[in-house]
Design a binder for this molecule. Structure first.
Ligand code: COA
Ligand code: MG
Length: 290
């Protein structure tokens, strides 16, 4: 439901120039160039420089470019913003958000540095119990355009083990999706840490689709393809959606508001859902190859 394709959102450590150079060519829909937890304290300054100088070369590609700064509870986030804003990111990812005031703090700092009429969107990371409980208030801040689940930090704070089914996180995942949908912003799922477990990744991507996420954050090039495939409607789903829209349009021409397709009742709401599938498939097909 996001207006931008966000099937795969790849984290790239700002301290890794090789990964930064590689990132735009990997087919991800979005990048989170990281200054937070993947970057050692002594490497933060160099990482800001790397990100600022790499960002302009990524412009114009079919790719949304965000930078994750350090949280507002640290002493680093202002220098992070000062360091990367000249590179023109398309959004700022803010970690460990627990209250809309924290978004407002960053928004005020940005507003003092932005040209009039410009308002850089903020992607708010929901990765603590309080963040989940305040997700709707956070999502309705006017700067927030996306919620990003931080499932590793959330699991740590809940004191639960990561399991394939993530049953201990279901409520938090669903509450965050509910908050995002109620606020009409995008929402992407957390990461899958086992780089060698392709089947586990595919299963977790599929779970994210069933939970209603727009996409998944990923950490390695090999995970991009799995997320892109999972969050793209299948050819069968596209065929079904086309047939449903055509049948309903024919019903409307007969002056009817409902019809039956493949033995199932179809109302206007189903047409809205089918058109969403077709729109997503169209936007993915239009995406320029990396
Ligand atoms: N983005 C872009 N390129 C990446 C990448 C990423 N996230 N992760 C790995 N690559 C590149 C490597 O630079 C390497 O490039 P090369 O072939 O030109 O040498 C290639 O992909 C293969 O990498 P590989 O050797 O399999 O992995 P690695 O051991 O170099 O790195 C990780 C493994 C997990 C350290 C790395 O994938 C990573 O840093 N991921 C992101 C972690 C992160 O940002 N976490 C914060 C949020 S949870
Ligand atoms: Mg985190």
């Amino acid at each position: 439901m996001a207006s931008t394709l966000l099937r795969s959102v790849l984290y790239v450590p700002g301290s890794n120039p090789k990964a930064l150079a590689k990132a735009p060519g990997l087919g991800a829909d979005a990048l989170i160039l990281d200054l937070e937890d993947s970057v050692a304290p002594e490497a933060k300054a160099a990482a800001r420089d790397n990100i600022r100088t790499t960002l302009p070369g990524m412009a114009g590609q079919s790719l949304h470019r965000t930078v994750r700064i350090n949280g507002v509870e640290t002493s680093l986030w202002q220098a992070d913003l000062d360091g990367v804003l000249p590179g023109n990111p398309e959004a700022i990812t803010l970690p460990k958000v627990e209250h809309p005031n924290q978004v407002e703090t960053v928004a005020t700092y940005l507003a003092a540095r932005e040209p009039e009429g410009k308002s850089l969107p903020i992607w708010a990371m929901i990765e603590s119990p309080l963040g989940v409980l305040n997700a709707f208030a956070i999502a309705t801040h006017p700067r927030v355009s996306c919620l990003v689940l931080g499932t590793s930090d959330l699991g740590k704070d809940l004191g639960v083990e990561a399991t394939p089914e993530r049953e201990a996180l279901h409520t938090a995942l669903q509450m965050t999706v509910l908050a995002a949908r109620a606020a009409k912003v995008a929402v992407v799922d957390g990461v899958f840490l086992d780089l060698k477990d392709a089947a586990g990744l595919a299963a977790q991507c599929a779970q994210g689709v069933r939970f209603g996420f727009d996409g998944k954050t990923v950490i390695h090039p090999t995970q991009v393809t799995a997320a892109n495939a999972a969050f793209l409607p299948s050819p069968e789903a596209v065929t079904r959606a086309r047939a449903l829209v055509a049948s309903w349009q024919a019903a409307r021409e007969r002056g009817e508001e409902i019809c039956v397709v493949d033995g199932r009742l179809v109302e206007r709401l189903h047409v809205v859902q089918a058109e969403r599938i077709l729109d997503l498939a169209r936007r993915a097909a239009e995406k320029k190859p990396a």
